[in-house]
Design a protein around this ligand. Structure first.
Ligand code: SF4
Length: 57
């Protein structure tokens, strides 16, 4: 589904263009809210965190 014309949430900047919720030409998420988590027991850097709302296009 193409979200480029759907609601852009300017509170959630995102550069994951492969995600189905990404706004396409604009680097924002189209969801009202997202869930962020971690796959590490003791996260230390930003790479340790994950957007759990991610859905592959
Ligand atoms: S769901 Fe997560 S990964 Fe997908 S566009 Fe929104 S913020 Fe980005």
């Amino acid at each position: 589904m193409d979200h480029s014309n759907s609601k852009m949430n300017k509170a959630i900047e995102c550069h994951v263009t492969q995600c189905d919720h990404h706004c396409g030409t604009q680097d924002y998420c189209s969801l009202d809210r997202v869930c962020i988590g971690t796959h590490e027991a003791d996260p230390t850097v930003d790479q340790c965190t994950d957007c759990r709302s991610f859905v592959r296009k």
